[in-house]
Design a protein around this ligand. Structure first.
Ligand SMILES: Nc1ncnc2c1ncn2[C@@H]1O[C@H](COP(=O)(O)OP(=O)(O)OP(=O)(O)O)[C@@H](O)[C@H]1O
Ligand SMILES: [Mg+2]
Length: 250
């Protein structure tokens, strides 16, 4: 497998607080890589830096052989990078359909795509996430679960190669969370995605990820297979807790 993303010595500070410190890792094409760490460890900041909504203070990011560390987010999206947000960020005044159309019109395959094509594409992704019947509802009138699904559809409509998922289960009830996790697994299969997945529910990453990176105070403390990570003393001490038993939910 070849690397789709190379992250080298990336550091991001907010004033005196170093949220991401000297992080280096690779993501290989076709992988699902999990990112874990305590609250405030720097996980979302890392995704913000990788997607371009924040620029790193130091370090470099390379995607498909291109240096992208100073590239604005929309250009990274054109290269095939997309994301969902920990707290959904809808366009409240757009319908579900038009929200997803924005993804189709801004993504990797946007060139030569008219509004009709984008509408057809968006409809396909709304069906995929189970929101077809809500297509004409304004985003501001959707439930929290529906907003999560809408974000996934909008991200998929950009035709990403690499999808960043920031805590898709947060705020969902168990049945909804299960649906969301299954959809991401299906999306990976169906659309040939590579996934970088922040999740606090360790059992989900044990199942879905080939590799997990654990961070604390912005620094990598471990990287390995789910098996290795779940048995890593430093990860248990920093994050999983001594009561952690393999296969249980965190
Ligand atoms: N825009 C910002 N300005 C100042 N500080 C910030 C900003 N964004 C994040 N931080 C701080 O950086 C640190 C890392 O935050 P981040 O949101 O990346 O953590 P996280 O690992 O995603 O946590 P959680 O699991 O709670 O989502 C925290 O101390 C946070 O308060
Ligand atoms: Mg976060």
């Amino acid at each position: 497998m070849s690397e789709i993303l190379k992250v080298r010595n990336v550091t991001k500070s907010f004033g005196g607080l170093t949220a991401v410190h000297d992080l280096s890792f690779d993501i290989r094409s076709g992988e699902t890589v999990g990112l874990i760490g305590p609250n405030g460890a720097g996980k979302t900041t890392l995704i913000n830096v990788l997607c371009g909504s924040l620029y790193a203070d130091r370090g470099e990011i390379e995607m498909g052989g291109k240096i992208i560390g100073r590239m604005p987010p929309h250009k990274r999206c054109h290269l095939g990078l997309s994301r969902t947000y920990q707290i959904p960020r809808p366009f409240p005044e757009l319908t579900a359909l038009m929200s997803v159309v924005t993804g189709a019109l801004c993504g990797k395959n946007r060139i030569n795509r008219g509004l009709d094509d984008a509408g057809a594409e968006a409809t396909h992704y709304l069906e995929f996430v189970g929101l077809f019947s809500k297509r004409n509802i304004l985003a501001r009138d959707l439930t929290f679960f529906e907003l999560r699904m809408l974000e996934l559809a909008r991200a998929l409509a950009t035709s990403p190669k690499l999808l960043f998922v920031d805590e898709v289960m947060a705020g969902l009830n168990p049945a909804e969370a299960t649906k969301a996790v299954h959809l991401i697994a299906r999306a990976k299969e169906q659309f040939g995605l590579t996934i970088f997945w922040i999740e606090h529910v360790m059992a989900v990453l044990m199942e879905a990820a080939e590799r997990i990176i654990a961070i604390q105070f912005g620094e990598k403390i471990a990287e390995g297979t789910p098996e290795e990570i779940s048995n890593n003393d430093r990860v248990i001490e920093a994050y999983l807790g001594s009561g952690w038993k393999k296969g249980t939910c965190h």
